[in-house]
Write a protein that binds this ligand. Structure first.
Ligand code: PLP
Length: 389
């Protein structure tokens, strides 16, 4: 019987030296070659410490082969540049991670690759954007920062009918909450820096796919050289052991926090796929096994200065970038991820100055709720101006 995810997070392949339950660290860039049928080298992504992580992540995502990279962006760029050739076109869902947006904007045209960013996450928009030369359809669901969903199975079906390869950035959901390969997607990638690492101290990325697409990407991965060292691999393996319990707790905390935020008069809107009020709650139930640790909410304020006053009153929750760690952090997308987007354009897609993005950690949820509550109380003056209280 196949093991469940919690078990696969912990157990993996063991190597020749069976003296312990943990994989030995091989701090070698040099490996003997006469006894083995392949050359082993860190930049060939095949050292024992790299392989044990890839095997684990393949099991968690339901994929056959994978490559472990030194950042999420190394995974994304290697994947896209190996699938797209001059003269081809790609379709991307409306809100993708800022770094992906800049990669596409800066690097595709000069390689003769064209692209279309969609205005929303509707399947009909994907369909309308596909051209005869479209090779890749790229999705991110739930999206950053508004937690909008794309119907993964329907986009995967559409892509198959039109001969396109589907790639999904599954960072926000983690493999515990969503397995796109099971829904027909061809390539899953992650910024492991987030949930997979989970302790805000690692930077890595991963691509998981089929044997055939792996063969297409692997030579490029060797040429681009974004590989990872054995010591980081050891920390990743250690982090993955607790992935399932961390994400399970993050899901539970985020649900309670989202429900609390919905009751507050100081909050204009809460975006969380686990809420009945989320417009795609039914889709979330169908394609996710948990609703995740990311919650977005909009304060009843008029500008960034007022949002800043609320942030200044938080004591436990740190205003910080990135996401997916064990500690709860918060950021204002208008001042961080979307700062380079003109204000009018930002607001047109729903990123107003009162919007906050919370990456929920695994602290006692009562303490997170207490912190939010006391910050609301201390910010009364701000909310009185906007007549929220
Ligand atoms: N994808 C998503 C959804 C992200 O949030 C990030 C980073 O914030 C990345 C990809 C890029 O990952 P990295 O920073 O590990 O290169």
């Amino acid at each position: 019987m196949p093991y469940r995810k919690a078990t696969n997070c912990i157990h993996g392949r063991h190597f020749e030296a069976k003296e312990g339950t943990n994989t030995p660290i091989y701090p070698s860039s040099v490996f003997r070659y006469r006894e083995v049928d392949q050359n082993i080298y860190p930049r060939y992504y095949n050292t024992p410490n790299q392989e044990v992580i890839i095997e684990k992540l393949c099991k968690l995502e339901g994929g056959h082969r994978g490559i472990l990279f030194s950042s999420g962006m190394a995974a994304i760029s290697t994947c896209l540049f190996s699938l797209l050739e001059p003269g081809t076109h790609m379709v991307l869902s409306g809100s993708v991670y800022g770094g992906t947006f800049y990669l596409v904007e800066k690097e595709m045209a000069k390689r003769g690759i064209s692209y279309t960013f969609l205005p929303d996450t509707e399947v009909s928009s994907f369909e309308a954007a596909i051209q005869d030369n479209t090779r890749v359809i790229y999705l991110e669901t739930p999206s950053n920062p508004l937690l909008q969903l794309t119907d993964i199975a329907r986009v995967a079906d559409l892509a198959k009918q039109r001969g396109c390869i589907t790639v999904i950035d599954n960072t926000f959901a983690s493999p515990i909450n969503q397995n796109p390969l099971d829904l027909g997607i061809d390539v899953v990638l992650h910024s492991g820096t987030k949930y997979l690492g989970g302790h805000s101290d690692l930077c890595f990325g991963v691509v998981i796919t089929s044997e055939e697409l792996y063969e297409q990407m692997y030579p490029q991965a060797i040429n681009y050289g974004g590989s990872l060292n054995a010591l980081d691999c050891y920390l990743i393996e250690r982090s993955l052991k607790t992935l399932e319990v961390r994400v399970r707790q993050q899901n539970a905390n985020a649900q309670q926090i989202a429900e609390f935020l919905e009751t507050r008069r100081e909050v204009r809107a809460v975006h969380y796929p686990g809420l009945g009020s989320h417009p795609q709650h039914e889709l979330a139930k169908a394609q996710m096994q948990g609703f995740g640790g990311m919650v977005a909410f909009e304060l009843a304020v008029d500008n960034l200065a007022e949002t800043g006053q609320f942030l200044d009153h938080l004591e436990l929750i740190q205003p910080a970038l990135s996401l997916g760690g064990v500690e709860t952090i918060i950021c204002s997308p208008s001042e961080t991820s979307h700062i380079k987007m003109p204000k009018a354009q930002r607001e047109a897609i729903g990123i107003r100055e009162g919007l906050l993005r919370l990456s929920v950690g695994i602290e006692a949820v009562e303490d997170i709720l207490y912190d939010l509550n006391q910050a609301f109380e201390k910010s009364h003056q701000v909310f009185r101006q906007s007549q929220a209280v």
